[in-house]
Write a protein that binds this ligand. Structure first.
Ligand code: PQ2
Ligand code: NAD
Length: 155
């Protein structure tokens, strides 16, 4: 196995989170994040039904247009999850430039390239006050999903 990543449980309740992309991956991850964060903005020309529901429930804010560099300017955490690899990489570059300018760290996750991720998105189970995060250090997300389903069945 490659090196293992340490599971850090971090307070993200005050973070400004920007998800670029409103498809399958962004929907799955944003739904998880709404359990932990109060400020989530989704930028995408098209969004899924599940994101529309979260928007109607007041849990997220959606901006229906293509990404602009200014979108990440205030962000503390960014999910680059469009279906355009080049754009996902540009979002990463924009975040790094913004860090240089502002001196502020932006945590970024690039959905199509784990080598570019500041952090990996875990599989998450919540039961009352218990939070379980599952991760394979990027090695086997499919197995992580299977284990999450098995644990959910048992809990
Ligand atoms: C846990 C979960 C959270 C979530 O995404 O919500 C998650 N992946 C999930 C599922 C999943 N991902 C993929 C498949 C299809 C393949 C298969 O079946 O094996 C499936 C299964 C499915 O979708 O059914 C493909 C895939 N995954 C990554 C790449 C890119 C690469 O490796 O470079 C590619 C190729 C993409 C492409 O084709 O372009 C990368 C990452 N995926 C991660 C997280 C991070 C490491 C997590 C860890 O260490 O375990 C990491 C490294 C970075 C990141 O955070 O993005 C979620 C399960 C949630 C649940 O169900 O509970
Ligand atoms: N890490 C993982 O677990 C994993 C698994 C599968 C796929 N992926 C990767 O995640 C990415 C997203 O996959 P998906 O299945 O959600 O794709 P999808 O096709 O369902 O959604 C793509 C989204 O990107 C939006 N988009 C396109 N151009 C945009 C722009 N200019 N600005 C803002 N938004 C824009 C679209 O409107 C759409 O909402 C892909 O790069 C894919 O390779 C990652």
């Amino acid at each position: 196995m490659e090196k293992a990543y340490f599971p850090m449980f971090v307070d993200i309740s005050e973070m400004k989170i920007v998800a670029v992309g409103g498809g399958k991956i962004a929907s799955r991850r944003v739904a998880v994040l709404t359990q932990f964060a109060g400020s989530i903005t989704v930028i995408a020309p098209e969004t899924t039904e599940s994101l529309k529901e979260l928007e109607s429930a007041g849990k997220i804010h959606c901006v229906r247009r293509g990404y602009k560099e200014a979108d990440i300017r205030e962000a503390d955490m960014v999910l680059a999850a469009t279906n355009n690899k080049q754009l996902n990489h540009r979002i990463l570059t924009d975040c790094r430039e913004e860090e240089q300018k502002s001196g502020r760290k932006i945590l970024i996750n690039v959905a199509d390239d784990r080598s570019l991720c500041d952090f990996y998105f875990p599989s998450v189970i919540t039961r009352d006050e218990i939070v379980i995060g599952i991760n394979s250090s990027g090695n086997n997300p499919g197995k992580v999903k299977q284990l999450r389903e098995k644990l959910e069945g048992e809990l």
